[in-house]
Design a protein around this ligand. Structure first.
Ligand SMILES: Nc1ncnc2c1ncn2[C@@H]1O[C@H](COP(=O)(O)OP(=O)(O)OP(=O)(O)O)[C@@H](O)[C@H]1O
Length: 304
């Protein structure tokens, strides 16, 4: 449904002089999802977000945000969007509380400043001037401005960079809560495990293009799963079962470590377990796992 699409990017190109930083990107962000844009350094993520935010105009292709061209309809979109850029534009002389209050007076959205202070763990820094905050504290304050008043669309460029693990986790919890209350979130991150556990959909960008995109199962399904097990040498007198999705199966030098790459994880794991069960064979150190985002990320980088 049209109304479900919050951001629609089609054949988007943007160059810095002659260098194509965004080189034909198609991307759709749907209402109520957390969409993580991942990619190598210099892949074009920030430039893409800046085009979504309307700070830059496309060289060619289109960007539609909530049905509008963000470069032309900035004042229309501003009340509906929250943004966090890589470099905060905070006013150094203001205190944390004053910053939030000022922001509240500039936006049409309203929020509970005390609750927000608690959420970003800056209650104890309430009267501290921005210039005296640590890097992570500034980042959290900047995040608070982006989510102020729970905007319909929140765009976050590397929101967790520079935060300690506990603050990162809290920030992600807040992002999840915002998603659950109806906000749509587009963010970039270099923390693949976090994206893997929290994003509804991801895209991996490399050299200005989207290499792979989709729901997590779709993206993880682009690489084979892996089953490994130590099989007693004596058990190999019986032939291994036929594996339905096997792409590659290898046994190590001693003939005892089975490594099976498969596109049918559940079926082939079942076949291996039945084979072992029927023969009374004990499989040692059995593991079965889907490819991780990190693995897919590395493949994307290596392929070009
Ligand atoms: N103002 C600029 N002028 C010229 N080139 C730029 C400018 N900003 C970015 N670039 C180049 O465009 C490419 C894409 O940059 P961008 O910041 O969009 O990448 P990114 O994916 O966000 O990277 P990172 O993960 O390192 O933040 C890079 O090669 C970068 O050097």
């Amino acid at each position: 449904m049209e109304d479900d699409i919050v951001i629609e990017i089609s054949l988007l190109r943007f160059s810095y002089d002659t260098f194509a930083a965004v080189d034909g990107v198609d991307l759709t962000v749907r209402r109520g999802e957390i969409f993580a844009l991942l990619g190598t350094n210099g892949a074009g993520k920030t430039t893409t977000l800046e085009l979504v935010e309307g700070f830059r105009r496309p060289e060619s292709g289109t960007v539609r945000v909530l049905g509008h061209d963000p470069a032309r309809a900035r004042s229309l979109l501003k009340p509906r969007m929250g943004m966090m850029l890589q470099h905060a534009g905070l006013i150094e002389e203001l205190s944390v509380f004053e910053t939030l209050k000022l922001w509240g007076s500039l936006t049409t959205r309203s929020d509970d400043v005390e609750e927000l202070l608690d959420r970003i763990e800056l209650v104890h820094r309430r009267d501290t001037r921005v210039e005296q905050l640590s890097g992570g504290e500034k980042r959290r304050l900047d995040f608070a401005l982006a989510i102020y008043g729970r905007p319909e669309l929140i765009v976050l460029d590397e929101p967790t960079t520079g935060l300690d693990p506990e603050s990162r986790q809290r920030l992600w919890q807040t992002v999840e809560r915002l998603r659950d209350s109806g906000s749509t979130i587009l963010l970039t991150t270099h923390y693949l495990e976090e994206a893997e556990s929290l994003a509804d959909r991801v895209a991996i960008m490399h050299q200005g293009r989207i290499s792979v995109a989709g729901t997590l199962p779709e993206v993880l399904g682009t690489r084979p799963s892996r089953i490994t097990a130590r099989v007693p040498a004596s058990a190999l007198e019986r032939a291994l079962p036929a594996f339905a999705g096997a792409l590659k199966s290898t046994l190590d030098d001693t003939g005892a470590l089975l490594v099976l790459e498969t596109t049918a994880l559940q079926e082939d794991l079942g076949a291996l377990l039945r084979w072992a069960g029927d023969g009374g064979i004990e499989l040692d150190r059995l593991t079965a796992s889907q490819a991780s985002l990190a693995e897919i990320f590395l493949t994307v980088g290596a392929n070009r």
